[in-house]
Design a protein around this ligand. Structure first.
Ligand code: ATP
Ligand code: MG
Length: 199
């Protein structure tokens, strides 16, 4: 064995023992709270990826879309056939399109009621609150209400929250927080949103 191979072997051995230690230490078993935030692309995509993962095992999943940003959504169209998936969508369009605070608040409250039902249902394995961060930011929903529903959810239920500028109380209580960092986005170079890629 060359010097380089021997060094590699030893480095891998050390790495394996670190990984094994961490795996052995991770013994707590319960549902988790994940926050996908930041300005980079990928938050909603990652949430739907996890939805697909959970549905793949036959678990029940609820998705609540708080901003109907794109009318179309390829993942929803494909996965909605799955009887284990329930999707609730806020009834209005872009908040910057409706420009009506009262109507937006009402639409938000209505879809939040669906979210609360899912968050209280012990049959639901995973709930996604897509773009809920904006509801808190605009004041359509208050943080205490959301926190209470999250804290009181069944212990086995996992929740994913997506959206930019996540409220610090949400990131503080989350088990996993991922900040998508924008290095570059095609849109800023004039490329239009692409079907099947961006929505
Ligand atoms: P995606 O749905 O692609 O995972 P996202 O959830 O991280 O994106 P949002 O802010 O919810 O980000 O984006 C909504 C739409 O805007 C999507 O079509 C997405 O591809 C696009 N988008 C995401 N990030 C950016 C960005 N940094 N600049 C411009 N457009 C973006
Ligand atoms: Mg998104």
């Amino acid at each position: 064995m060359s010097d380089r191979d021997e060094r590699h072997r030893r480095a891998m051995q050390t790495l394996k023992s670190h990984v094994d230690d961490k795996v052995a230490a991770a013994t707590e078993r319960r549902g988790q709270l994940l926050v996908f935030t930041g300005n980079g692309k990928g938050k909603t995509t990652a949430a739907w990826g996890t939805v697909t993962r959970a549905l793949g095992y036959g678990y029940r999943v609820g998705v609540v879309q708080f901003i109907k940003g794109q009318w179309e959504c390829g993942e929803r169209a494909r996965l909605e056939e799955d009887p284990n998936l329930e999707v609730a969508i806020m009834a209005t369009g872009f908040t910057w399109e409706t420009q009506n605070r009262e109507a937006d608040t009402e639409a938000c409250r209505a879809v939040w009621a669906e979210a609360e039902r899912m968050l209280a249902d012990s049959e639901v394995y995973l709930t996604v609150l897509d773009e809920i961060t904006y509801m808190l930011k605009f004041g359509y929903l208050d943080i205490a209400t959301v926190k209470r529903a999250l804290e009181n959810r069944p212990a086995e239920q996992t929740v994913i929250i997506t959206g930019r500028n996540a409220h610090r109380e949400l990131t503080a209580m989350a088990d996993t927080v991922t900040e998508m960092q924008e290095v570059r986005h095609a849109f800023n170079a004039g490329l239009e949103a692409r079907r099947g890629i961006d929505y």
